[in-house]
Design a protein around this ligand. Structure first.
Ligand SMILES: [Zn+2]
Length: 308
């Protein structure tokens, strides 16, 4: 009886200690969640390929709504019929990102590794000369990529490469050299000509993705991609583009960004040094970083540590 009493007492004591341990480990098991600059939970990427002359109208419309774009250009096409000129791109894309789309827009998966290296390095070099800054992003021509292509571009200074494999979600891509976008602009409505029934369905899909993004309180990236030539000279398609821009502009929970800046932000966040107890963090980057922990938002300044 005495022994039983003692062991019950011991069990209770153990359970108290155990409970105490649970409380401690509960605190450290609460996840640290990344937030975007200024503590925002959403980021928007608008990514357009090919550098056609209609980019002029598109950039003007984006500037009107204070939207930021990422433009993937083929340097050997610049100056040809229907393409932007080399002389104009520096000024045209002020405030936007210019990025690699290969020199000549081939299907990279059909080329030798040497030719893939040429297409990317040449485009990168020429765009850097024209823009006067480091070009570190890319979109695959036709979205086509495979392990050989990815292996070839690794080491060429490309830090993300966008595909055309729409995810219809807002998750942060795990592999930046296989950066799958959320959705093609208008979900490919107008892609096949004279198919108004399809267009209607695709537009409905597109606006559902946009409206769900506007409504979400979760961490979310909306990455819409397309081409200005898809709008061509069709007034109705440009009006649809403006309607889309009106839906996403001027939203205080959205961080509007060049894609490379978002990549830099996420990389810097992933390089934060947290203590085991999650009460101290060191930011070795030059970027002001934000995170959420236990219901609170924190900001750790560039090159600083933070007690929290
Ligand atoms: Zn393209």
């Amino acid at each position: 009886m005495k022994r039983l009493f003692l062991s019950i007492l011991l069990m209770q004591f153990n359970s108290i200690v155990f409970t105490q341990n649970i409380v401690d480990s509960d605190v450290t098991s609460i996840p640290i969640e990344m937030l975007f600059p200024e503590g925002k939970n959403k980021a928007l990427i608008l990514s357009y390929d090919d550098g056609n002359i209609q980019d002029r109208q598109l950039v003007a419309l984006m500037n009107k709504y204070k939207l930021i774009g990422t433009f993937h250009l083929n340097s050997n096409k610049l100056g040809k019929t229907n393409y932007l000129t080399k002389e104009e791109i520096k000024e045209l894309f002020i405030g936007h990102e210019v990025s690699v789309h290969s020199a000549n827009h081939p299907n990279l998966t059909t080329l030798s590794k040497l030719d893939v290296v040429y297409e990317i390095a040449e485009d990168r070099k020429e765009l850097e000369r024209l823009m006067g800054y480091n070009i570190r992003g890319m979109a695959y021509p036709f979205g086509n990529n495979n392990d050989v292509v990815i292996d070839a571009i690794t080491g060429l200074g490309i830090e993300y490469a966008r595909t055309v494999d729409d995810t219809y979600n807002y998750k942060i891509p795990l592999i930046f050299l296989k950066w799958h976008p959320t959705i093609h602009q208008f979900a490919k409505a107008f892609w096949e000509p004279n198919n108004p029934e399809n267009d209607k369905k695709e537009l409905a899909t597109f606006y559902k993705i946009i409206n769900d993004f506007n409504a979400t309180k979760e961490l979310a990236i909306l990455d819409v991609w397309g081409h200005s030539w898809e709008m061509g000279s069709d007034k109705m398609k440009w009006e649809e583009t403006e309607k889309f821009f009106q839906l996403i502009t001027n939203n205080s929970s959205i961080h509007y960004t060049k894609q490379i800046d978002l990549v830099d932000y996420i990389n810097a966040f992933n390089n934060l040094k947290f203590s085991v107890e999650k009460n101290l963090v060191l930011n070795l980057s030059s970027i002001s970083l934000f995170f959420k922990y236990n219901g609170k938002t924190y900001n750790v300044l560039p090159g600083k540590s933070l007690d929290f």
